[in-house]
Design a protein around this ligand. Structure first.
Ligand SMILES: [Zn+2]
Length: 208
């Protein structure tokens, strides 16, 4: 999608000649009213319908065409206290960790309170993150720690999304994810005991 966007060329309406170019089809849908131009080996397409069709917004402001990606925060599934704390955790990322926030919006659809035992996790290959009742009931269920946990599971979702799970060992995947936890906790000024706990967990997965 990014490569396609880079290849896309802006066309302003006053620059359009009266002749029409090739049909514009985006994700299988024909845009019959879209004016395209084929000229000097280049195809020019109107930026607005094209960008909007692939999830971007377009604006014309201060003499510039601005294109930005629509971000959709994950849906939070659980009781009201769960929703409140997870919402605050996402807010911390939105305000302090824009890269992690964008990744979260791009790779995770839902964050859910899970009644299953075991580790917090994500649906391998999927876009769901699960936080356990064990975390919910612990003194770590505060926005800063939940933010780090969400980032950890987002990293796993990205590892699967990019196929790193096929070329990296389980330990290397975990080591990398815990590294992001530590960064987030440090950036958000988490208490030292919390950071130390994650460092201990990370060391269990240290690749040889
Ligand atoms: Zn993990």
């Amino acid at each position: 999608m990014r490569k396609f966007l880079l290849a896309m060329v802006l066309v302003l309406s006053f620059a359009l000649p009266s002749w029409a170019g090739p049909a514009l089809i985006i994700n299988g849908a024909l845009y019959p009213n879209a004016q395209t131009i084929e000229q000097d080996g280049m195809v020019y397409v109107p930026v607005q319908p094209t960008a909007e069709a692939i999830g971007y917004e377009v604006g014309f402001e201060d003499g510039a065409v601005k294109i930005w990606q629509q971000l959709k925060e994950p849906q939070i599934i659980g009781d009201s206290h769960f929703q409140e704390v997870v919402g605050q955790a996402i807010g911390l990322l939105r305000e302090n960790e824009p890269v992690s926030y964008v990744n979260l919006c791009q790779y995770v659809d839902t964050i859910e309170l899970s009644e299953q035992q075991g580790r917090d996790g994500h649906n391998n290959g999927g876009r769901q993150v699960y936080l356990t009742r064990e975390l919910y009931d612990s003194d770590r269920f505060i926005p800063v720690y939940v933010a780090a946990t969400i980032v950890h599971e987002t990293v796993h979702a990205m590892q699967f999304g990019w196929g790193f799970n096929r070329v990296m060992t389980e330990n290397a995947l975990e080591y990398e994810a815990y590294g992001h936890d530590i960064n987030i906790l440090t950036q958000l000024n988490a208490p030292q005991w919390m950071i130390d706990g994650i460092v201990t967990s990370q060391n269990k997965y240290k690749p040889n």
